[in-house]
Ligand binder design. Structure first.
Ligand code: HEC
Length: 126
């Protein structure tokens, strides 16, 4: 049930992202990424294989959306690369936690969090 709700929220966030005429990245999508990333960190810390793996899968999917968003937006090559890097790191975490390798997964999660900040520095206004 939680999963269904979550998927609903994500798809709503995604359609909101597509709808916005001013080419803004959906804040709801980023908020979901934030929540899932936090959940991932604690699941890795708890060595929760299933939880961490589900979180990392969701992140992989959401970053694929972020990548597509910036591809369509254009003139944001750096953001496309950072989104792709985040997607690849999330996918790597899926594999690592699946194999019970929580230490390298922690390192990858730290790199992932750094990638968030790098993209925000360049592409998040405020
Ligand atoms: C490829 C670029 C990119 C990456 C990578 C990225 N973000 Fe973002 N993020 C943005 C942009 C752009 C905004 C501003 C969206 C807006 O306000 O329209 C944003 C906004 C946010 C917000 C603010 C949402 C709000 O309520 O205003 C949060 C929280 C956030 N990101 C979390 C994360 C986390 C956590 C990660 C990494 C796991 C991440 N982001 C990775 C581009 C990125």
């Amino acid at each position: 049930m939680r999963k269904v709700l979550f998927l609903l929220t994500v798809s709503m966030a995604l359609s909101a992202g597509v709808r916005s005429a001013d080419n803004e990245l959906s804040v709801d999508l980023m908020q979901n990424i934030e929540d899932t990333n936090k959940s991932l960190s604690s699941n890795i810390a708890l060595a929760n294989k299933q939880g961490a793996s589900e979180d990392a899968k969701e992140l992989t999917r959401m970053f694929a959306e972020v990548e597509i968003f910036f591809e369509h937006k254009g003139e944001a090559k750096n953001a496309v690369d950072l989104a792709k890097q985040s997607k690849d790191l999330s996918a790597e975490i899926v594999t690592l936690v699946g194999a019970g390798k929580f230490e390298p997964a922690t390192t990858a999660a730290t790199t992932l969090s750094r990638t968030c900040r790098t993209c925000h520095t360049f592409y998040k206004k405020e």
